[in-house]
Structure formats: C-alpha cells, structure tokens
Write a protein that binds this ligand. Structure first.
Ligand SMILES: [Zn+2]
Ligand SMILES: [Zn+2]
Length: 379
C-alpha cells in the first residue's frame, strides 16, 4: 500500500522545526549586524587604494575611471575564467572586450586590480561576477571579487548579498585580518564556523535543527558578535547579541516582516534547488518544503497583532501550519491509495470480461467440433 509515497513527505517534529526557524532568525540578526561593518571596510579599502594609486601615478586627487570593463583587465587565457580555443574566446568576445596589455588609459583600473589581487587571502579574486567599470563608483563591486565565484552576478550591495557571501568577504579580504581578534588565517576560525551554520540552516534537508545543534549555533554566532576586534569595528551596533539571547530564551518580539523575509529567503533557495535537482523524489521533497514555508508565511500574516509577533505566537503559527500541512500529505496519500484501488478494480473487471469472452469462444468452438464430429459419426 502506498509504498512510493513516504519519499515525498517531509517528516516533521514541531519543536525541531521551531528550532530551525530560531536558527534562521539568529543567522538573519547576525548578518544584519556584520553587513554595515563589511560595507564600511570595503569602502575604506576602495578609497585608500584610489588615493595611493593617484599619488604614486601623479594623478589629480579624486581621479577615477569607468572606462575599463573587467575583460580589459584580464589576460587571455586566464584559468577558470576564459579559454581561448582555436583563437576564439567566449569571454574576450569582441573588440571592446579585449585584454589591454598597456593597462588602463587613466592609469587606475589595472593598478586597482593588482591591489584587489594582493588583498585576497588566496590570491584568487572572482572576477566572474564583478563589473570593473563600477570599481571606482560602487565599492561593493570590489567586494564581489571576494565572494564565491558563482551566483552573485546581480547583487549590487551588501544587502543583496547572502550571509555566506558577506562572511566570504571577511574571510577572503585580508583587510579584516589585522582587525578581527580571532586568527582568520586559521582553518575553522569563528567566521568559517559561522558560515557553516548559515549553510546548515539553509540546506537542512528536513527544515529541522536538533536542540544540541541549536545551542552550538548560538554559541558560534555569539563568538562572532563578541569578538573584540569585531566589536571595535562595529560603529553602529544593532543589538544582535541581545536579540540572540532573547531568541534563545523565547522572549523576543519579532517584526512580522522579518519572519516573512527570512522564510522568503529560504523559499528562494529551495526554489533554486528544485530547479537544479535532477532526481524526481528529491525534487518532490523540496516542493513539500516550499509548500510548508508558504503555509507558515500565510499563518504569520494571519496573526492579528500589527507589525510584531512573539515567539509564542510564531510557535502557534508553526504548529497549525504543520497540522494543516500533514493533513494535506495524508489527503494526498489517501488520494493515491484510491487511485491505486480504482486502477486495480478496472483491471479486474476488464480481465473478467476477457475471461468470459474467451470461455464463450471456447464453448462455441467446442460446439462446432461436436457438430463436425457428429457428421462423421459412423452410422
Ligand atoms: Zn579570453
Ligand atoms: Zn580604467
């Protein structure tokens, strides 16, 4: 009975799922706190670079360039970026996007590129997502050189960038090393651990977090927020430490918009996974997760209080969403059972009719045989 169905349902425990929501909110508040710090640091880096490039090339103060595209600054071929097969490169594709061996006509961009390169911990900036024509006008285009190479083409500010990306800038840009107290050159530093928390929450297969894991997540995120170097860099604190503490003790009042934003963000990454998932039952599981997220979003919207929700209300919304969701799953299992039974009955009735017809045919044939035999009966 219904053997194929369990693969498409998401087994859920209310408390573990609620843990997951708390973890997602904790990541959100941590991101909110580190975002402006990263933005400021990258802006300072941009300004310092431009200043020193101007002075060492005897350019007037405040000189900028928006003429050079990224392709103009990258030699052809460059590993992992472009590949000139038979003289044709899909990256340096036209006359305007050729590499300029003589460098930036304004003496800025190729120098800026060298600075970006030497400030990268692994000397491997991701040029794939960045737009060098904006390096002088939008510091976040420089920050994008320190993001993972894929998936950030369309982001233009720290706000558009996910937690994983923001943390990657801290880890990969050497400017943070002298300021953060924890040793960023070490594997498993607090920011790498924080990045792992973000990934674990985002990619949790059942949208569940164990109690012990949740405690650990809070500890890791707290270590980031209380690092003395980070605290010193944080010019306009957003009280993330207090929010995390209240979240942990179920005391926090949260803006409904934030809950919805956090759920929407996870929803988006699930949609992405559905698009990329080749295995059908896994795709179905992701679809179920998305349905559940949508369900909770609706329930949160229904909470009558204006603007805010308490964690108790959120927990109530989660409970009733899970109930509604599981009723739906049950319904679809019953529906599938019904279809299977119906199919069986139809098959049986078809088979019975066939059997009757066959018997009739045999009987007819037998009658014929009898008649023939009778004709040859010796008299
Ligand atoms: Zn090329
Ligand atoms: Zn230039």
């Amino acid at each position: 009975m219904a053997a194929a169905v369990p693969t498409v349902s998401v087994p859920l425990s209310n408390s573990k799922f609620f843990n997951w929501i708390k973890a997602a909110l904790a990541v959100f508040y941590t991101k909110e706190e580190i975002e402006p710090v990263v933005t400021d640091e990258v802006k300072d880096f941009q300004q310092n670079c431009l200043h020193s490039i101007s002075s060492s090339n005897s350019l007037p103060a405040g000189s900028t360039c928006s003429n050079c595209c990224t392709e103009n600054l990258i030699v052809c071929p460059t590993n992992r970026l472009c590949n000139a097969k038979r003289g044709k490169c899909s990256y340096h594709k036209n006359a305007a996007s050729q590499y300029r061996p003589s460098g930036c006509p304004n003496k800025i961009c190729h120098n800026l590129k060298s600075e970006i390169q030497s400030a990268h911990r692994y000397h491997g900036p991701s040029y794939k997502n960045t737009d060098a024509t904006k390096w002088c006008s939008n510091a976040w285009e420089i920050a994008k050189c320190y993001l993972p190479p894929d998936g950030y083409k369309d982001v233009s500010s720290a706000g558009d960038t996910d937690f994983n990306g923001i943390i990657s800038v801290i880890i990969n840009h050497k400017g943070f090393e002298a300021k953060i107290k924890d040793d960023l050159s070490k594997k498993n530093n607090i920011f790498e651990k924080g990045r792992d928390v973000g990934k674990a929450v985002r990619h949790s297969p059942n949208l569940e977090v164990e109690d012990t894991d949740l405690t650990q997540y809070f500890t890791i995120l707290n270590n980031i927020l209380t690092d003395p170097g980070f605290v010193a860099m944080n010019k306009s604190p957003n009280n993330a430490i207090q929010k995390l503490a209240k979240l942990q003790s179920d005391d926090l009042i949260i803006g409904k918009d934030i809950v919805r934003k956090v759920l929407d963000d996870v929803g988006k990454s699930i949609q992405e996974q559905i698009r990329n998932e080749m295995v059908e039952y896994k795709q179905k599981t992701e679809e179920r997760k998305l349905e559940l997220i949508t369900e909770i979003n609706l329930k949160v919207k229904e909470i009558e209080e204006k603007g805010n929700v308490s964690l108790a209300q959120l927990n109530g919304a989660v409970k009733s969403s899970i109930d509604a969701f599981e009723a739906k799953v049950k319904e679809s299992i019953q529906e599938i059972d019904k279809q299977i039974r119906k199919g069986k009955e139809t098959l049986e009735s078809v088979a019975n009719k066939e059997k009757e017809n066959a018997i009739k045919e045999i009987q007819k044939a037998a009658e014929k045989c009898k008649t023939i035999l009778q004709l040859y009966k010796p008299t």
